[in-house]
Design a protein around this ligand. Structure first.
Ligand SMILES: [Zn+2]
Length: 236
């Protein structure tokens, strides 16, 4: 599940990659129906290059642009692709009240600690042989990577509901809202404790409800080139 680290001309953000099934983006499907023989500037294009003139008024702004929340969550997911964790790639994006990004992070080993010499496995007889005592979560890195004086009253977009340790950091840093995609560990003690802390501290949290199920980054689109056969970095 989640993503491989394979390089490709395409990067596909899929907020539902945590879910058992997912489909082609609603927006892409709509766009394809509307402009079945023409490229669109962004999310999907086809081999023919003539512009879609039938339903697009060139004098009007695009309507299929990303909403802020989709944009920030996509950045969190894209950042996760920097992670070297073979099992779990999580990204986080912190946004202030002016919709400006003030911090980005992904899960990884601490700075200066060679990640070739630290374990990445999840299970071992000795906990010291697992990643857990060493790895920094995405939320921690996003908070510490902040490019502003603080992250008070900010919102954090994160792929997974934060664990209890990250909940402590979120609370102490003054973040006021958590927007997450997956809550797949809902019942483990760390998540129960996390919700308890967030509730007590009055930090709001809610699940992300994207309009599109996927966002595809097509590096060829800027030149109007037809895409290569779709290679997704999201694995089933
Ligand atoms: Zn955490």
């Amino acid at each position: 599940m989640l993503f491989s680290t394979r390089r490709s001309d395409y990067l596909k953000f899929d907020p539902y990659s945590f879910a058992p099934t997912y489909k082609m983006a609603d927006r892409e499907e709509e766009t394809r129906k509307r402009c079945s023989s023409a490229p669109t500037n962004g999310l999907q294009s086809t081999p023919e290059k003539k512009p879609c003139l039938t339903n697009r008024d060139e004098n009007k702004k695009r309507e299929d642009y990303l909403e802020w929340s989709e944009y920030f969550m996509a950045i969190a997911f894209l950042s996760a692709q920097r992670s070297k964790d073979p099992n779990s790639q999580v990204g986080a994006c912190i946004v202030n009240q002016e919709n400006k990004i003030v911090g980005i992070g992904y899960n990884g080993m601490p700075n200066g600690c060679n990640d070739d010499f630290l374990p990445w496995r999840r299970v071992a007889e000795n906990k010291l042989d697992t990643k857990y005592p060493y790895v920094c979560h995405a939320e921690l890195n996003a908070i510490l990577n902040k490019n502003s004086a603080d992250v008070k009253n900010c919102t954090i977009y994160v792929a997974l509901f934060p664990c209890n340790e990250c909940a402590k950091l979120i609370i102490q840093s003054g973040i006021r809202e958590v927007i997450f995609v997956s809550d797949k560990y809902h019942d483990i003690p760390e998540m129960v404790a996390s919700r308890k802390l967030l509730d007590m501290a009055g930090v709001k949290y809610r699940q992300f409800q994207p309009k599109s199920k996927q966002i595809v980054i097509d590096f060829a689109a800027i030149d109007g080139k037809p895409p290569n056969p779709l290679k997704s970095i999201a694995s089933p």
